[in-house]
Structures are given as C-alpha cells and as structure tokens.
Write a protein that binds this ligand. Structure first.
Ligand SMILES: C[S@@+](CC[C@H](N)C(=O)[O-])C[C@H]1O[C@@H](n2cnc3c(N)ncnc32)[C@H](O)[C@@H]1O
Length: 217
C-alpha cells in the first residue's frame, strides 16, 4: 500500500542513480561517527549475517571486519549494486550476494537462520506497510538472541528540519531522492516492540540518519 501521496518511484536500478550515490557516500557528514556507532552495536561471535539492500556491500564488509569467520548474505535488487558487491566479496567464499526485491517476502526457508540482520539506508525505499511486514520477517529469520540493526534514513518531525537536513547533505527539494519513503523513528521503534523485539532503541541519530535496532528474545 502507498504512503499517502508518496510516489511509487524507485530509481535504484539505474546505473546513473547508483554512481551518483557512490560519488557522495564517502563524504557524507558524520561518516566515521556513523561507522563507529554501527560497529559498536555489532555483536562479536556472529555466525550468520544477512544484509538487506547491501548496495556495494560496505555494511556487510564492516560486520565481517569484526566477525571474519561469519557467513554473510547480501540482498539487493539493483544490477549495478549487485555487480559491485559481488566484486567486493569475490575472494570470500563465505559471502553470497543474492538478487531480491525487498517488496517480496524473505524466503521462508531462512526462518531462524541468522544471528544478525543489518540494513543500511535501504528499507526506507519500501512503503510503510511493507516496512512493518519486513520487520516481522526479519524477526522470523533471526535466531533467539539474534540482533537487528537498521541504519536508516528517517523522517524529520517538521518541514523546516527536513530542509535543514537536505542543506546539510548538499541537496535540495529538487535534487532529493524521489525513491525515499521516510518514516519517523518512534513509529519504527514501536513496531519493533510490537513485533516482539526487546532492547529496542535508537542507538545513534543525527537529523535524518538513525541507527535503530533490537534483539529477538
Ligand atoms: C542508499 S543505498 C545503501 C546501500 C548500502 N546499504 C550502504 O549502506 O551504502 C540503498 C540500497 O537499497 C537498495 N534498494 C532500494 N530499494 C530496494 C528494493 N526494493 N529491494 C532491494 N534493494 C533495494 C538499492 O539498490 C541500494 O543498493
């Protein structure tokens, strides 16, 4: 189901859109802080990790830096991104890169398989109803004690703050990504709690970038 007037647009299959992102991603504000906040929350001793919307695999790579023996699966639906992540992990037999649209349910056979599920700036590309369904599917694919970490682009509480964020990342309403379907932090944390996650929190936040997560009891 759509979010109000949010258009049903997703530009991430386009090579031009992907290269535009990759040109700016390393110079985004607070990059080191974001990586450190994410690394701090990644448990050690991870055996099986799933990365949703893996892009060029940068988040999965961070997880594997901390857990070099873990097996990883990276999902994405964008051919240019899949090519980059396959290249990044070509020498790591423990990593599988799979083409998958996040609008489609996660495979049932993955139930109870992962002790860590991560996602970076990806889930806000599906509509809100699907976000919630996906969170429930993530709960299902985790083992008991498994952790979900979502480094997400979230909505601002006001238009003024949204514009402040766009300026801070060098964008404007005209150059903003029309693929975004942003949702506030509180709703997402409440959904995680309702689904059954515990120790749910927003572990880090700067304007519209937030690290959300929880643990499956
Ligand atoms: C902003 S990029 C983030 C990539 C990477 N996780 C990172 O942290 O740099 C968003 C990623 O989500 C993927 N994505 C967007 N919509 C998707 C969908 N419906 N199904 C699967 N992947 C999707 C895009 O292809 C892209 O790789």
């Amino acid at each position: 189901m759509k979010n109000g007037n949010t258009p049903d647009v997703n530009k991430w299959r386009s090579a031009e859109h992907v290269s535009g992102y990759l040109e700016i991603v390393d110079s985004r504000p607070h990059k080191e802080e974001i990586n450190n906040a994410f690394l701090e929350q990644i448990p050690s001793g991870v055996q099986n990790v799933l990365d949703l919307g893996t892009g060029d695999g940068r988040l999965l790579w961070l997880v594997l830096q901390k857990n070099p023996n873990a097996r990883g699966i990276g999902l994405d639906f964008s051919e240019p991104m899949l090519e980059l992540s396959r290249k990044r992990f070509q020498d790591n037999k423990n990593v599988e890169i799979v083409k998958h649209d996040l609008n489609v349910p996660l495979p049932k056979e993955w139930c109870g398989r992962f002790d860590l599920v991560v996602s970076g700036l990806a889930i806000h590309h599906v509509f809100d109803e699907r976000k919630r369904e996906l969170y429930a599917e993530i709960f299902d694919v985790l083992v008991s004690g498994g952790v979900f970490l979502n480094l997400e682009h979230v909505s601002s509480p006001s238009e003024v703050l949204h514009e402040k964020f766009l300026v801070a990342i060098g964008k404007s309403k005209i150059t903003d990504d029309p693929s975004n379907k942003l949702l506030d932090v509180c709703t997402q944390l409440n959904w995680l709690r309702e689904i059954g996650f515990e120790d749910v929190d927003c572990f880090w936040k700067w304007l519209e970038v937030a690290l959300l997560g929880g643990t499956k009891p």
